[in-house]
Design a protein around this ligand. Structure first.
Ligand code: 6PG
Length: 247
């Protein structure tokens, strides 16, 4: 179902099919990429099945681990080994046993505060990509994974929060999340998340049906405002798909 020439909704049967479809799209993006590949991961529970697939066959041997660099679109400002830490979940699911340590780029949650962590991550991103400019013709990331929260947030960009409309900074601190886990956050901003060949949302489960209905109806929620300079894809399983949505 195509929403427009750069946005599409792909319906899949269930969470397992969603994870496999996402893994196949990630492999395709890697195959289409240049020598050095940048993937921006997301947190929450939705990507867990995908991450476990990537760390096991047949996907594990299809990823050129030495060429792929892994970033995180937002982070809970908790210690690196805290179960709430998004990169910790990705490390546990696949990065720790697949990716070279130098290719894993976590947010420094041992910084003094979220703003300092954001400043450090922004410096790291600009140094890695060798630019401080976002150019539509030269997206930073090959793939950006995203989710949608119960309030329509994505990454840690919450409705009506200043971070949502930030256009100068690449990474900002969020003093307190609007939904659980109620901890401070660090988040990439919309323009830098948009700087990608593909933005891929994973939306699974009946609990997502209500918020997805609002996004697909065009309500300007953060998740609806997030899109790639390249292709924006919403992977939605049957449980999450609104009954009246026909694309
Ligand atoms: C986070 C995530 C967040 C997530 C949504 C959906 O730090 O929590 O980055 O944006 O994608 O909240 O979370 P679930 O996948 O757990 O529903």
């Amino acid at each position: 179902m195509v929403l427009n020439e750069h946005r599409q909704v792909i319906a899949v049967a269930d969470a397992a099919a969603l994870a496999k479809t996402a893994a196949d799209r990630l492999i395709a993006r890697i195959a289409a990429a240049g020598e050095r590949i940048a993937i921006c991961l997301t947190g929450g529970s939705s990507p867990k099945l995908l991450y476990e697939l990537l760390g096991n066959e047949p996907y594990r041997s299809r990823i050129p681990w030495h060429r792929v660099h892994w970033f995180i679109g937002d982070e809970r400002f908790v210690p690196a080994n805290d179960p709430l830490n998004n990169m910790a979940m990705a490390r546990q699911c696949f990065l720790n046993h697949c990716a070279p340590l130098v290719n894993i780029h976590p947010v420094a949650t041992d910084a003094a505060d979220p703003d300092e962590a954001a400043r450090r991550y922004e410096i790291e991103l600009k140094a890695f990509f060798g630019t401080d400019r976002l150019e539509p013709g030269h997206p930073l990331f090959d793939l950006v994974l995203m989710g949608v929260g119960p309030d329509g947030h994505t990454a840690s960009l919450f409705p009506d929060y200043p971070a949502l409309t930030e256009t100068g900074r690449w990474v900002v601190g969020v003093p307190m999340a609007a939904v659980a886990p109620l901890v401070p956050r660090v988040t990439l901003t919309l323009p830098v998340l948009a700087s990608c060949h593909e933005m891929l949302f994973e939306v699974s489960g009946v609990d997502k049906r209500a918020i997805l209905s609002r996004v697909l109806a065009g309500e300007q929620l953060p998740a609806a405002r997030a899109h790639a300079v390249g292709e924006t894809v919403w992977l939605v399983d049957r449980a999450a798909m609104p009954e009246n949505f026909h694309g």
